[in-house]
Design a binder for this molecule. Structure first.
Ligand SMILES: Cc1ncc(COP(=O)(O)O)c(C=O)c1O
Length: 441
C-alpha cells in the first residue's frame, strides 16, 4: 500500500484485511477490483468486506473465550444497521444492541435471536417499549426515571415480568471527542450513581421488573484500556451495594462499546486481547474482594467490528485550484453519506483506487458536493495527481457513515455492496429520486 504503514494487528489496519493492488494498479478488496465494482454498482458506493467484519468479531470472541468464558458480545447496531449485517452477526452468535424501534424492527425482520437483543436509548417512546415487551427481547436497558415508570406500566399491562439492566453514569472521563463521550457525569445518558437507591426502591417494589444487571458506556473511539477497567470496578461496587442493601445478586454487567480504531496512521488502537485480559482480570479480582459471584461480562462493540470493514468510493468531478493556495478535489458524495467530518472533525485516509501505483503525489483537499462550506471529507491529503473520473476511496467508513447518512440536498442514499472471497452482492440498494419523493404529498 503506498503511504500506508501496516501496524501490529489487523484491527489497527486502516483498510479491509484482504486488500491488495492488482497488476493494473487498481485497489482490490477480497479479490474484487474496486474499479469493476464501481462499473457494476456506481458511485458513491459503500463496500463492506464480510471477512473483515467476521475477523474483528472473532478477535473479541477469541479474546473473551481465552480470558473469561462467561460473556456476551452485542454488536452495536447503530454503527451500521441493516438486515444482512444483523444476520451475519446473529449467525456468529453475537447479540445485538438496538437503540430505536427502527433498529429493533430490522432485527426482528432479519430473524435475530430476540433473547440476545438489548434495547438502549435515553428517550424510548411508549410504542417502542411496547414493541420490545411484545417481542420478549432479552433486556431493556433502563436509562432514566421516566422510562422506569413506562417500563413498569407497560410490563404490568402486558402482564409480564421483564428483564432489565440499569444504565449508570459512572463519572469516567476519557479522551475522545466531546460529542461521543457519554460516561462523564454531565451526560444525557443514564442514572447518576447517587440515585441508585431511589431506583432500587422502585424496582424492589415492582412485580413486573426483574433487574438482571448494570450497564455503562463511557464513550467512543477510546484508545486507553484503563477507563474500561475502571468501569468494571465501578459497576461491581454498585452490584455489591445492591447485594448488601437489597439482597439481590446481579448476574451481568455490561461495559458498553467504544474501542477505537485507526482512521489515520496517527491512531493507535488498543489490542482486543489486552483489553479482554485487563477487564476480566479486574473483574475476577474485584469479585473476590467483594464476595460476589463473577457475573456475565457483556460488551457492545460497533465501530471496531464494522468500521475497518468498510470503504466508500467516490468519483472525482470538478477540481479547483485556489491561486497559491489549496487545490479542492470535489467528489460525488460528502456530508450526506459521511457526516462525521463535519459533525466532529473526524479524520480519514484515502487512496485513488485506479492509481494505486502512482508515485507522483500532491497535497489536495477532498471536498464533498453538498451546499455547506464545511462539507470537506479530508483536508490536506497527499494523493496521486487526480483528474475527473478518478476513484477516491476513503477507508474505515463502515461505521457511522451509512447509519448516519441523510438525504441532504435531496441526494439519494448510496448503495452498499457486501464483498467476500466468492462474490459481491448489493445489501442496500441505491435510492432513486422516486424513493426520495415517495413520502411527499
Ligand atoms: C450504549 C452504547 N453501546 C455501544 C456503542 C457502540 O460504540 P462503538 O461503536 O464506539 O463501539 C455506543 C455508541 O454510541 C453506545 O452508545
Amino acid at each position: 500500500m503506498p503511504n500506508l504503514e501496516l501496524k501490529k494487528n489487523e484491527l489497527q489496519k486502516l483498510y479491509p484485511i484482504n486488500t491488495a493492488i492488482n497488476n493494473k494498479g487498481h485497489l482490490v478488496i477480497s479479490g474484487h477490483d474496486v474499479t469493476e465494482l464501481v462499473k457494476s454498482y456506481g458511485t458513491p458506493l459503500y463496500i463492506i468486506d464480510e471477512t473483515t467484519f467476521k475477523y474483528n468479531a472473532n478477535e473479541y470472541i477469541n479474546a473473551l473465550k481465552k480470558h473469561y468464558d462467561n460473556y456476551l458480545i452485542l454488536y452495536a447496531g447503530k454503527s451500521f444497521a441493516c438486515k444482512r449485517i444483523f444476520k451475519i452477526a446473529n449467525a456468529m452468535g453475537l447479540g445485538l444492541d438496538v437503540v430505536s424501534g427502527g433498529e429493533l424492527y430490522t432485527a426482528i425482520k432479519a430473524g435475530f435471536n430476540l433473547k440476545n437483543i438489548y434495547f438502549h436509548g435515553n428517550n424510548k417512546s411508549e410504542d417502542e417499549i411496547q414493541m420490545a415487551i411484545k417481542n420478549d427481547i432479552g433486556r431493556i436497558v433502563c436509562d432514566n426515571f421516566y422510562e422506569l415508570e413506562l417500563l413498569q406500566k407497560n410490563a404490568k399491562e402486558a402482564n409480564k415480568v421483564i428483564d432489565i439492566l440499569i444504565r449508570l453514569t459512572p463519572g469516567i472521563e476519557c479522551h475522545t471527542h466531546e460529542y461521543i463521550k457519554t460516561g462523564h457525569l454531565d451526560s444525557k445518558f443514564g442514572f447518576d450513581l447517587e440515585y441508585l437507591d431511589v431506583v432500587m426502591k422502585i424496582i424492589v417494589n415492582s412485580k413486573n421488573l426483574n433487574l438482571k444487571g448494570l450497564h455503562s458506556h463511557i464513550g467512543s473511539q477510546i484508545f486507553e484500556i484503563e477507563p474500561f477497567v475502571d468501569s468494571v470496578e465501578i459497576l461491581l461496587d454498585q452490584c455489591k451495594h445492591i447485594k448488601d442493601n437489597y439482597n439481590i445478586e446481579l448476574s451481568e454487567i455490561d461495559i458498553g462499546g467504544g474501542i477505537g480504531i485507526s482512521y489515520t496512521t496517527e491512531d493507535d488502537p488498543i489490542s482486543i486481547d489486552k483489553w479482554a485480559q485487563a477487564t476480566t482480570t479486574r473483574l475476577k479480582e474485584r469479585c473476590k474482594t467483594l464476595g460476589l459471584n463473577p457475573p456475565k461480562l457483556i460488551c457492545e462493540p460497533g465501530r471496531s467490528l464494522i468500521a475497518p470493514a468498510g470503504v466508500t468510493v467516490y468519483e472525482v468531478g470538478s477540481i479547483k485550484q485556489v491561486p497559491n493556495e489549496r487545490k479542492f478535489i470535489s467528489v460525488d458524495g460528502g456530508m450526506a453519506d459521511n457526516p462525521r467530518p463535519i459533525t466532529y472533525q473526524a479524520k480519514y485516509t484515502a487512496v485513488v483506487a485506479n492509481k494505486m501505483n502512482s508515485k507522483e503525489l500532491e497535497k489536495v483537499t477532498i471536498a464533498g458536493r453538498y451546499c455547506e462550506t464545511g462539507d470537506i471529507l479530508i483536508k490536506d491529503i497527499e494523493l496521486p495527481k487526480v483528474t475527473h473520473g478518478d476513484l477516491i476511496t476513503v477507508f474505515s467508513t463502515g461505521a457511522y457513515n451509512y447509519s448516519m447518512s441523510s438525504n441532504y440536498n435531496l441526494a439519494p442514499r448510496a448503495a452498499c455492496v457486501l464483498v467476500n472471497n466468492e462474490k459481491s452482492e448489493v445489501i442496500i440498494e441505491r435510492e432513486t429520486y422516486d424513493d426520495i419523493i415517495s413520502k411527499h404529498k
